[in-house]
Design a protein around this ligand. Structure first.
Ligand code: CU
Length: 197
């Protein structure tokens, strides 16, 4: 949930407008009617064992589409990420762990696909050195207990072994919150997490 004021950011494309679109405003956090936050990442930290990873539907991929990142928020396991340019313009996709570069690649051609390795868990901010307004987030995790919230802000993390855990919820505008959660055998644990700016 987010109870604060939703701030807007103005996007003013200064090049490639035929692909990237024109001037517009976008909310920095998407909040539904019941204050639920869409596209927040939620995950447990430091879980050493438990359920197996779900079979991957496809390889983790970050697409540049109409000068946006698609998806703009995703959670991936440590390992390979494919970065794809679907636009007929140059993108220079640049990922950071904090201030440190995680990857930096020029993709001048439409259909170009370069893979990179994200070996460390954590938040990776992605921007484009060619289009300063582009922003995406990749949360790299080392265990399969994670979820992205839906449009109503809800999420489920299934099959968590009984125990006490640290849970992180994060959204790019608010930043992270961390809280303890205790899971008992055979029954669901209901949580309300408030993201604050
Ligand atoms: Cu770009």
């Amino acid at each position: 949930m987010f109870n604060g004021a939703v701030r807007m950011r103005k996007i003013i494309p200064n090049k490639d407008v035929e692909v990237c679109g024109g001037i517009r405003e976008e909310p920095m956090i998407e909040v539904g009617p019941d204050k639920g936050v869409k596209d927040a990442a939620v995950y447990l930290v430091g879980v050493a064992k438990g359920k197996p990873w779900p079979p991957a539907a496809k390889k983790p991929e970050l697409d540049n589409v109409k000068c946006r990142f698609e998806p703009d928020v995703q959670i991936i396991p440590t390992g390979t990420l494919d970065v794809v340019n679907k636009d007929p313009v140059l993108h220079n996709t640049h990922g950071y762990y904090g201030k440190r570069t995680a990857f930096n690649m020029a993709l001048p051609n439409q259909g170009q696909d370069i893979s990179t390795e994200l070996t460390r868990p954590g938040a990776v901010r992605v921007d484009c050195d060619a289009h300063g307004w582009m922003e995406g987030w990749i949360y790299v995790v080392d265990n399969p207990y994670y979820a992205i919230t839906g449009a109503d802000g809800k999420f489920t993390i299934a099959d968590v072994p009984p125990g006490e855990y640290d849970l992180v919820a994060i959204q790019s505008f608010t930043g992270p919150v961390q809280q303890k959660v205790t899971v008992e055998a055979g029954k669901p644990t209901d949580l309300t997490i408030e993201l604050k700016k």
